[in-house]
Write a new protein. Structure first.
Length: 340
């Protein structure tokens, strides 16, 4: 029997607050089973208010192995403020479904993630997260659900807008790699011309065919477990080997949203401050990535268009490629507006 104890105040809070375990026997009591049949369309998710504090930023830096100065020390182009990583709030938005559904009963598959980056989030800012399930459909024997969500700053401004597609409950090891049977986007091959110009940042000479110098990552089991809420007592295919094996997976896999964060990191390096205010990135997760499997993120310029106000919009195909077999684990599309 858990004994009731007074818990001292703490400036940070997660979607499922682990401190509740001191006084609550069942952390997910009253929540629904995450199965397609329990969906209600439309269905509100949240709102939840969190504080972007030092702990949250440092935890994300660890999970992504991204220790940029703007995030940890300040000196950003936004009034010198210390800001959060561009995809810092992405997983919080994905996890909004756990305000209605039992997270530890979910063995799902995140198939698609899309974020519009409107403004940076600053250290110490209180952010409101709200979302809604807006569509549900069945395809190839799987039940899909679409969520729209947004993170709003304490001054009412939009920080990021999210649209994601998820299979609520499935067997990940049996469906990963099947590809999409209904897509209208340009195919991303991950192939580049051998004589293409390699770039690390966009400049005034950026041109179609320029290729990004890859961003290399190895997501460890510890990083993946923390990213996927092990500290909140949530068990899933990313932090529990038993659940991964039940999902026909040989070992833990990296959450698609964690890969997305690395792709957003790459784009922030490419576009700088503009990415936080005028960036857009959409990715589809096509194959699983196991923990400790090296993966590289890159892209190729597919369009450069000048706008009436003199600004330019630069477009990319982007991808993640695992080293073990050179297979693409995620493909996507990105764009960002550059001022005149």
């Amino acid at each position: 029997m858990i004994q009731s104890t007074i818990v001292s105040p703490n400036p940070w809070r997660d979607l499922t607050d682990p401190r509740r375990a001191v006084t609550v026997e069942e952390l997910e009591a009253g929540l629904k089973e995450p199965v397609f049949e329990n969906l209600r369309i439309p269905e509100k998710l949240g709102p939840v208010t969190i504080t972007v504090d030092d702990h949250k930023i440092k935890r994300f830096a660890f999970t992504q192995d991204d220790y940029g100065a703007w995030y940890l020390h300040g000196g950003s182009p936004f009034d010198g403020a210390r800001i959060g990583h561009p995809a810092l709030l992405g997983n919080d938005l994905v996890q909004l479904f756990t305000t209605r559904y039992r997270a530890s009963k979910t063995v799902g598959f995140h198939t698609e993630e899309q974020i519009w980056f409107d403004s940076p989030v600053k250290l110490g800012e209180r952010v409101t997260l709200s979302g809604e399930y807006v569509e549900a459909y069945e395809r190839r024997g799987q039940g899909y659900v679409v969520m729209n969500a947004q993170a709003t700053g304490e001054d009412g401004r939009s920080i990021v807008r999210h649209r994601g597609v998820e299979i609520l409950r499935t067997v990940p090891g049996l469906i990963a790699g099947r590809g999409s049977s209904n897509t209208h986007e340009r195919t991303v091959s991950g192939e580049v011309a051998p004589d293409a110009r390699r770039i690390e940042k966009v400049d005034r000479d950026v041109a179609v065919g320029d290729v990004l110098v890859p961003l290399n990552k190895i997501f460890t089991a510890e990083q993946t477990a923390v990213f996927s809420r092990v500290g909140e007592y949530v068990r899933n295919t990313h932090n529990d080997l038993h659940i991964a094996r039940n999902g026909k997976l040989p070992t833990l896999i990296v959450q698609g949203q964690q890969e997305y964060g690395a792709a957003a990191e790459l784009m922030a390096r490419v576009f700088g401050a503009n990415w936080f205010t005028d960036g857009w990135l959409k990715m589809k997760f096509v194959k699983t990535l196991q923990v400790f499997d090296p993966v590289s993120f890159s892209g190729v310029v597919t369009g450069v268009s000048k706008q009436a106000d003199g600004s330019r919009i630069v477009e990319f195909d982007v991808w993640a490629r695992r080293e073990s077999d050179a297979a693409l684990t995620a493909v996507g599309w990105a764009s960002c507006r550059l001022p005149s």
